[in-house]
Design a protein around this ligand. Structure first.
Ligand SMILES: *[C@@H]1O[C@H](CO)[C@@H](O)[C@H](O)[C@H]1NC(C)=O
Length: 618
């Protein structure tokens, strides 16, 4: 495939040479012209040389193809920068700026931007992220976490601010850096920062350069402690230690971003405002600037759900997206400058984002909730002798949607007691279903809301809080949590392998009678019943209900190799049963048994398992 192409002549050679240095590209055609005047001897010498060149070029392109398929080693360099003249880059940037000025009024747009976006850390750090993406010839990825506001409730999903940002920034980024912009809106209606924050790679992907945080209304108004835990998780779990976009201007939380960027824990962050920064006079002008017109209209039709007073309407989403885009436009402009001086060899662009883990100090938030030491360690990191905190590696399984990882879902842990089957999640589960075993289900409110949305054509939403539900009749649910570290310890001591287990329920409005994980669930870990189950306070609280518990690993608990795992009635696993774990017979894991206590009823609220999270010694 490569050779015939190259042999066909300049066209093939040039396209291969494109990925090499510019000098190689200009040499080849010249040589081909001279060839006609050569003597036979010189011709054959040259032909041989040409063959060598073609073979070499062949290797180069095999190499680059291998790179594409395997994703290993260094990628082929992106030469796009070299072809963009400064005047052109400036023009593309100015075009977008002018649109912004036009949308929000020439005499007001700049004020709006200054008030609407507070920047922390270094703009250069963000620019360097872009340069790196361009040099590695890969997309620049922005992934948003959040709740109903980010989802865009009341509007079409594609009208939510993340996609506005994408639309504005996509073209200049492609023109100037030659790479695509990828934006993921992974927000889920009605959730707080945790347990989502334990599972960031699952929801956001492993590769974001930038992540969004929008949970301000579900985290205390005068408190930054949950955001702080979230940032610690993000910098540990996501390999690029992404930039943070916070959709919030809470003083405690902006002050935390200030401290985190000045201590070097974070390189770059912005805090973005919603409509509260707008000067009322913009609505009294005649004519009203384009960006403020139809300000009171949601994007979805009137009869559709989601018109909560706290939900931004269509134009507010546009404004939020534009404000973010204008910040990234500055970074893009700077990225172009950096890359230009880089090519002239002035100052090589260097990233500070790829160091593996960050050593934090003690939590800086003034009001960190009192929790057991083991909970504090999962949230904020383990304190070492020198006073530094290192955040551990977490594994997570959840069936909440949307996710980039479709394999790390709850059924991937189940050994027995779970009713498999592909019953559409929109179909009500019957009591008989619950008697067969634990089932994947959603709360009544969730399904009813989803049905109303479907009557409106779905509005494009992709979020859904799917979880495992069980009552006493469902029997014992057996899970096997694979050990995902790389060390080997004593099989008879699970505490050597696993450090912490956290189990959470879906957040929804529930009465006090509804199953509580620390009160109404019998839990056995590694063959031993657990007596110590603590509710996590502060983080993972929703509508005053604590949704996560920390399950102590009993001293006598054992780990079990996959090959020795049995169902609760003693049946060995079939090959296909084992296959879903993606591990070998010798790989170790921890058996966790869950049973609803006799007091639990479906009517009052079944036991619900939405996230299983564990921390292991590497
Ligand atoms: C947004 O989504 C709706 C339906 O989900 C679709 O009808 C509409 O064309 C989309 N708009 C854009 C700009 O993609």
């Amino acid at each position: 495939m490569i050779r015939p192409n190259a042999a066909r002549g300049n066209h093939g050679i040039t396209s291969v040479a494109e990925s090499r240095s510019p000098s190689a590209r200009s040499n080849l055609p010249r040589r081909a012209v001279r060839r006609t005047k050569m003597t036979t001897a010189r011709f054959s010498f040259l032909a041989a040389a040409l063959v060598v060149v073609i073979v070499c070029l062949g290797f180069v392109s095999i190499y680059s193809m291998l790179y594409v398929t395997s994703g290993m080693d260094k990628p082929p360099p992106n030469r796009h920068f070299a072809q963009v003249p400064p005047t052109k880059a400036k023009e593309w940037i100015e075009q977008v700026r002018n649109q912004f000025l036009h949308r929000y009024g020439h005499d007001y747009a700049e004020t709006l931007l200054q008030k609407g976006v507070q920047s922390f850390g270094s703009l250069d750090a963000t620019a360097v992220r872009m340069v790196e993406a361009a040099q590695e010839n890969r997309p620049f990825v922005i992934a948003f976490s959040g709740y109903s506001i980010t989802v865009g409730r009341g509007n079409f999903f594609n009208q939510s601010f993340p996609f506005v940002l994408e639309q504005v920034l996509e073209e200049p980024m492609r023109n100037i850096l030659g790479i695509p912009l990828v934006v993921r809106n992974a927000a889920i209606g009605g959730i707080p920062s945790f347990p989502y924050g334990f599972c960031l790679e699952h929801f956001l992907g492993a590769d974001p350069d930038v992540i969004g945080w929008d949970y301000s209304m579900n985290e205390g108004p005068r408190d930054s402690s949950v955001l702080e835990a979230f940032i610690r998780q993000a910098t540990q779990q996501l390999r690029k230690r992404p930039m943070l976009i916070m959709l919030d201007r809470n003083v405690q939380r902006t002050s935390l971003l200030e401290k985190y960027t000045s201590s070097g824990y974070l390189q770059d962050a912005i805090a973005v405002s919603k409509k509260e920064v707008i000067d009322d006079k913009v609505f009294q002008q005649n004519p009203i600037s384009e960006g403020f017109q139809d300000w009171d209209e949601f994007g979805a039709p009137r009869q559709c759900p989601g018109r909560g007073s706290w939900h931004p309407k269509r134009q507010e989403h546009n404004m939020i997206g534009w404000l973010m885009a204008m910040h990234f436009l500055k970074a893009l402009e700077r990225a172009y400058e950096l890359q230009q001086s880089n090519m002239q060899g002035d100052s090589p662009v260097q990233s500070k984002n790829s160091d593996n883990s960050v050593a934090y100090g003690k939590p800086l938030s003034p009001k960190v909730a009192e929790n057991d030491r083991r909970v504090m360690e999962v949230l904020y990191g383990h304190k070492k002798d020198n006073g530094e905190y290192t955040v551990g590696d977490l594994s997570c399984r959840t069936s909440f949607l949307p996710a980039t990882d479709n394999s790390k879902v709850l059924p991937s842990l189940t050994v027995s007691g779970f009713v498999e089957g592909d019953l559409d999640i929109m179909i009500d589960r019957t009591d008989d279903h619950y008697k067969e075993g634990w089932v994947l289900d959603v709360s009544k409110v969730e399904r009813d809301t989803k049905r109303k949305v479907e009557q409106c054509g779905g509005l494009g939403y992709i979020d859904m809080k799917i979880a495992l539900y069980g009552i006493p009749d469902s029997g014992k649910l057996r899970l096997w949590l694979p050990y995902e570290g790389s060390a080997t310890y004593d099989e008879n001591n699970a505490k050597k392998w696993f450090e912490n287990i956290i189990i959470c329920e879906a957040n929804e409005k529930r009465s006090d009678k509804a199953c509580k994980l620390n009160r109404d669930l019998t839990v056995a870990v590694g063959g031993e019943e657990v007596s110590d189950i603590q509710q996590i306070k502060g983080a993972a609280e929703y509508l005053k209900r604590q949704t996560c518990v920390s399950v102590a690993i009993p001293g006598n608990a054992k780990v079990t190799p996959l090959g020795s795992v049995r169902s609760t009635d003693g049946r060995p696993l079939s090959l296909s049963d084992k296959e879903k774990f993606g591990r070998n017979d010798n790989d170790m894991g921890l058996i966790v048994d869950l049973t609803a206590k006799s007091t639990v009823t479906r009517q009052d609220g079944a036991c619900c398992i939405s996230h299983v999270v564990w921390e292991q010694y590497s």
